[in-house]
Design a protein around this ligand. Sequence first.
Ligand SMILES: C[S@@+](CC[C@H](N)C(=O)[O-])C[C@H]1O[C@@H](n2cnc3c(N)ncnc32)[C@H](O)[C@@H]1O
Length: 310
Amino acid sequence: MTDRDCYHIPVMLKETLDSFLIDKDGDYLDCTLGGGGHAKAILEIISEKGTLLGIDRDEEAIDQASSLLNSYKNFSAANISFANIMKLDNIVFGLKFDGILMDLGVSSHQIDEPRRGFSYLSSGKLDMRMNKNDELDAYTVVNNYTEEKLKEIFYKYGEEKKARYIALNICKAREENPIRTTKELSEIIERSVPYKNRIKSLSRIFQAIRIEVNNELGEIEEFLKISLKILKKKGRVAVMSYHSLEDRIVKKFINDMAEGCICPKDFPQCICNKVPIVKKITKKPIIASDEEIKINPRARSTKLRVFELI
Ligand SMILES: C[S@@+](CC[C@H](N)C(=O)[O-])C[C@H]1O[C@@H](n2cnc3c(N)ncnc32)[C@H](O)[C@@H]1O
């Protein structure tokens, strides 16, 4: 199976469901509905009393998952980004959840559709917006950002060593003509790095631009804070991340929220009044089994972390 085929398989399905689906009559939120793979499995488990709300910032994901799941009476869907979930009417009216799932990153649909511009494997317009109504797209990043800013996002979001050189070559190329397609961008990246590193660099630079276009890290930080307001007591959040930048944010958030008093040890008594708000359910991240990685190479980088509201 190629990396591209495996985007169709829900990652670490059993591990995820076991870790956060604790009450079959409960209310659940799938923040990253995508193709609806995890959502279908949740709906198969919960009772008629339970509910699942699925959200995705990509309208095409909502359409795709809704056609798969519309026979389930206890399923509803909304096209909104998770950082904006407080704007949904049922949340405003007090709906809270027993379990929340975040399966971060891109969906198979986004990767497979050349016109969405997410993949260096096919040629398409430089777009990469998960929500087509967002203003910032990959074309603007690649053609309008300064060389310095491009270098910064390639380092920061792609952890790419040749960031400086790739940014320089993009700026030289766009002096001649705007860079319009994923193919044109890929050729510039390939020219800028040693042949043996080209696939890794392509994937790092595409990842960096995607993160910038969709403000992916900002969305995660914002939603984790929000999750504390929309969980029921003892409700759980399960987060699957696919690269270290995402995982670092999740890990730090859980550590901060699970920590009690932070006063210096030699203080006679606590003055910070900090108490743990969440309990770590996973002390270390759960990773995919060797068997799953063999069938689905995409699972090799997945880290699953789970926390519970105290
Ligand atoms: C890896 S896919 C989810 C796959 C899904 N679990 C399945 O089984 O089919 C990630 C999905 O999350 C969505 N997404 C990413 N960031 C989002 C955000 N900030 N708010 C809402 N949806 C987001 C993407 O549009 C994409 O459809």
